[in-house]
Write a protein that binds this ligand. Structure first.
Ligand code: AKG
Ligand code: FE2
Length: 469
């Protein structure tokens, strides 16, 4: 993954205000999608208007690629290979099927069958990229001549070609470390989730995906894994999105009390259950070259209105780490309730942690490792901001203000981590490990101690006494 070259800088004033504020009170409701020009919007703007407020928006990142303007930046060149020039009757660049088959033919994919429900997801099947591209081309041919290509095919082959198969969750970056296809946009680059998963040697996973699917492929209603943010950039095609803010979750339940699977199905019913309860969807259309920033905990359902390829990452940082924690803590309490019957049996706590990992993808100890890792990273940054330890060369005004922003940003991250850590240490499963001799977290005892004891004090002093270097 090619990281952006610029540094993330947030205005000092903004940071001072945010350092004092309660995270929850900074979160403001949104009623429509705001388009922002990724070229002109600064990191500071995106940080204060969308990250800390948890508001969705549509940056036009990648517009150049979609409109096939001359690309001066060679980092886009691989992405250019994914599409070919528009045919005379088309307005958009088209998918380069040949390239995907030639370059990634053996890739193992976890393809969703959009017509078959499997609990809250679509049924999955394993295919190679080569098989998937063959399917997609047959599907397109059948769609184009409305069934004439069926001649000579068996009923099973016809059914297969008519199905809507969606290649989701292709770990492009992980599977192709040598083939950099895009540069991470600066506004999405403070990504603790992928930083942490990249550092884990015991797990081979990440949250960077490519999605590709024919017109009609879709993703059921959901909010994102762990309560993370996501961003989704359209390389080609068009997506339609429907959003509901987190507080409308209770209005989006089916008759069994689970989150609805297909909001469109619900809306087809004359007295739509969600509308009757007062849920208000916000819709938008995302064209090629446009990006959607999906805030934490927002429910959304997505349809590909054309054959579409997008890049999608899940991510998190200081601005939403409390929401990640709230999501996990809620799941943990649900697991405890579920296993309440056998509360007195030996190993009950471990059992709860195992079940939590299955349900949520991680448990309290995994989350504590994540918090400790990010705390170490930011404590090192803070130490690097110490004027006593810094080498010369920072004397002009601009460098001074950058250094200040760097310090405040590190403190902001540590402050948010400290709040979460304090809460986390109240849980037996974590506290025992941090203080015990045999727990996997005992190495982190010093990190937690510095985080919880020192950081709030440094922040209070910094806020009360601005101007310290
Ligand atoms: O594009 C899709 O089908 C789903 C995307 C999505 O859910 C996301 O980016 O969070
Ligand atoms: Fe999503």
């Amino acid at each position: 993954m090619l990281e952006p070259r610029e540094e993330r800088i947030v205005d000092e004033e903004v940071l001072r205000f945010i350092l004092r504020a309660d995270p929850q009170r900074l979160r403001t409701p949104a009623s429509c999608i705001e388009r922002i020009s990724a070229d002109s919007a600064t990191y500071s703007h995106f940080f204060s208007k969308f990250l800390v407020t948890n508001k969705y928006c549509m940056p036009d990142w990648m517009l150049d690629v979609a409109q096939c303007k001359t690309l001066s930046d060679s980092h886009w060149s691989a992405l250019q290979h994914w599409t070919v020039d528009a045919a005379p009757h088309e307005t958009q660049r088209q998918i380069n099927f040949h390239h995907f088959k030639e370059s990634f033919g053996n890739a193992q994919l976890n393809v969703a069958e959009c017509g078959v429900r499997d609990f809250s997801d679509q049924r999955r099947r394993q295919m190679t990229m080569s098989e998937y591209i063959d399917y997609w081309c047959r599907h397109r041919a059948m769609r184009a001549d409305e069934g004439k290509t069926e001649a000579g095919l068996s009923p099973a082959e016809i059914e297969e070609a008519k199905a809507i198969l969606y290649n989701k969750d292709w770990h492009y970056v992980k599977q192709n470390p040598g083939k950099i296809a895009y540069t991470l946009p600066l506004i999405f680059s403070d990504d603790w989730m992928n930083l942490h998963w990249d550092s884990r040697t015991d797990i081979d996973d990440d949250y960077r995906f490519v999605y590709m699917g024919p017109k009609g492929s879709w993703t059921p209603l959901h909010s994102d894994v762990f309560g993370s943010y996501s961003w989704s950039a359209n390389v080609c095609g068009r997506k339609r999105w429907v959003f509901f803010p987190p507080e409308q979750g209770p209005l989006l339940k089916d008759k069994f009390g689970n989150l609805m699977y297909d909001i469109e199905e619900d809306q087809k019913v004359s007295a739509s259950a969600s509308a009757a309860r007062g849920a208000r969807p916000i819709s938008c259309v995302q064209e090629a070259g446009e990006t959607i920033f999906v805030p934490s905990g927002w429910f959304h359902q997505v349809w590909n209105e054309e054959d579409t390829i997008s890049i999608n990452h899940n991510w998190a940082n200081a601005c939403n780490v409390d929401l990640l924690w709230a999501t996990l803590a809620k799941d943990f309490h649900a697991v405890q309730k579920e296993l309440d019957d056998c509360k007195d049996t030996e190993g009950w706590d471990e059992q709860c942690q195992l079940m939590l990992r299955t349900l949520s993808g991680w448990n309290l100890v995994d989350f504590a490792r994540f918090v400790a890792h990010l705390a170490r990273v930011h404590l090192a940054l803070l130490d690097g901001c110490d004027p006593a330890k810094r080498k010369g060369g920072d004397d002009d005004e601009e460098s001074h203000s950058r250094a200040k922003s760097r310090l405040l940003l590190a403190l902001f991250s540590l402050g948010r981590l400290a709040r979460v850590a304090e809460d986390l240490l109240r849980y037996e499963a974590v506290a025992r490990q941090v203080s015990g001799d045999d727990g996997e977290l005992r190495f982190e005892a010093a990190t937690f101690a510095r985080l919880v004891a020192d950081i709030p004090r440094i922040i209070t002093a910094e806020v009360a006494e601005p101007g310290r270097p």
